[in-house]
Design a protein. Structure first.
Length: 279
């Protein structure tokens, strides 16, 4: 496709197999966008694309990621405010024609649906760190360290001492936004028993006013989550055969895109071969 849409806070470049999003820097740009910098979203990670009227003479072009395709959105678990959604592009209303054309072309190229069995969007890269109310959290790519603050940590955490958790020993991450009451980041250890309150749990750090901001703690959580998921075994393709009728319907839809000139001969042949291989 190779087209570009410049909106408020971001520029989207539409490519044949992905959307490259470059977030702007500036005092009005959400800090999360600035922290992310640039993201490439493969079309295989997308479920849907929508275009709707926004506020005060604007349009909102939004990509809808598939469940489980993006570690950032999985860690956020629906807690991001609308203005901090990295999949939204806000445009002036006068660009409706251009935006509608890009949305239609992009929607025609989406052939995947349903939950993804692996992350398709790259996670923020380590090393990462942020300051919580009761300690400092750091992640080097292989382990997470919590170093307690003498002014904020509970007695239980002081008694437990500073903590280090290898990714290999973790089963997941739980993030609760600092923009809500009692926000925290908790590491889920494999085979863990009863879970205490975050302020008493040595596997968690708690947020507070000015501590653990979204643009620092959420990318941190996403990076850890991606590292944990990367260690899981990938299911064998041979064990996940699709319904032949579903494959036939997808090939028919692909053929329509090919005839309409929205998919090249090479793309059509390659995707058709992939679908037939799933029978």
């Amino acid at each position: 496709m190779g087209d570009v849409l410049a909106g408020f806070h971001a520029v989207w470049e539409f490519e044949s197999d992905s959307v490259l999003i470059r977030y702007e820097r500036g005092i009005r740009t959400p800090k999360l966008f600035q922290a992310l910098g640039e993201r490439r979203i493969p079309l295989s990670a997308l479920e849907e694309v929508t275009l709707a009227p926004g506020r005060r003479g604007t349009l909102v072009l939004r990509l809808v990621p598939r469940a489980g395709a993006d570690p950032l959105m999985e860690a956020a678990d629906g807690q991001l405010k609308e203005g901090s959604d990295p999949y939204r592009l806000v445009l002036p209303a006068e660009r409706e024609t251009q935006a509608a054309s890009r949305a239609e072309e992009l929607a025609a190229r989406l052939t995947e649906s349903g939950p993804a069995d692996r992350y398709l969007v790259a996670a923020p890269t380590a090393p990462l760190q942020f300051k919580a109310y009761d300690g400092k959290a750091t992640f080097d790519g292989t382990s997470v360290q919590f170093r307690w603050s003498w002014t904020g940590a509970s007695t239980a955490k002081w008694k437990a001492g500073d903590q280090s958790y290898a990714v290999a020993d973790l089963s997941g991450v739980e993030w609760r936004s600092p923009e809500a009451l009692e926000g925290f980041l908790r590491l889920r250890a494999s085979g863990a028993a009863a879970v205490p309150e975050p302020d008493q749990d040595p596997a968690a750090v708690v947020f507070g006013l000015g501590y653990g901001p979204v643009h620092e703690s959420l990318p941190f959580a996403a990076a850890v989550l991606a590292a944990v998921r990367a260690r899981r075994p990938v299911p064998a393709v041979s064990q996940c055969r699709r319904d032949p009728a579903d494959i036939a319907e997808r090939i028919r839809h692909l053929g329509e895109l090919h005839q309409a000139g929205l998919v090249t001969d090479e793309e059509f042949a390659g995707k058709k071969a992939e679908l037939l291989a799933e029978l």
